[in-house]
Design a protein around this ligand. Structure first.
Ligand code: GTP
Ligand code: MG
Length: 149
């Protein structure tokens, strides 16, 4: 089954939005496979954002992401990578539609409260960076027949 890496960034944790963000994925019907609060290290963030390290905003992004704990999670379900990105909304909250997480809860691209993997390949790469195998649980979701045809 398809999995994605979703993370509540330090501003989302500080602003008490972890529950709201988890709730949206739960309500949609996706299955939670892993969840933890953690303080990311610079080394981990450089791996996670390996495609962005040369960007002018990268030092600010690093400072932002190091500013406090994040809530790391893995969600599973049909099309969860693309659907998860739609649920988060556009990268820049000024362009995020109302009804999306960013469109409902934030204003600036440098404080956009959440992360979602942008491809199935990157999702698996990011899950491997943020979680060890024993932190991901296999469990039977009893809602499954009521969610999928
Ligand atoms: P994520 O789900 O967080 O990965 O966002 P994304 O995939 O929509 O965007 P991208 O991977 O290109 O950028 C990662 C993160 O870097 C964004 O979510 C922002 O927090 C930050 N970022 C991207 N562009 C800018 C920018 O122009 N200025 C600032 N300050 N931050 C940026
Ligand atoms: Mg990205």
């Amino acid at each position: 089954d398809e999995r994605t890496y979703i993370m509540v960034k330090p501003d989302g944790v500080q602003r008490g939005l972890v529950g709201q963000i988890i709730g949206r994925f739960e309500q949609r019907g996706y299955q939670l496979k892993g969840l933890k609060l953690m303080q990311p290290t610079e080394a981990l963030l450089r791996q996670h954002y390996n495609e962005l390290v040369t960007k002018a905003f990268f030092p600010r992004l690093l400072e932002y992401m190091l500013s406090g704990p994040v809530c790391a999670m893995v969600w599973e379900g049909k099309g969860v990578v693309a659907t998860g990105r739609m649920m988060l909304g556009a990268t820049n909250p000024q362009a995020s539609a109302p009804g999306t997480i960013r469109g409902d809860y934030c204003i600036d691209v440098g404080k956009n409260i959440c992360h979602g993997s942008d491809s199935v390949e990157n999702a698996e790469r990011e899950i491997g960076l943020w979680f060890s195998a024993d932190e991901l649980l296999s469990w039977t979701p009893h809602s499954r027949p009521w969610l999928y045809e």
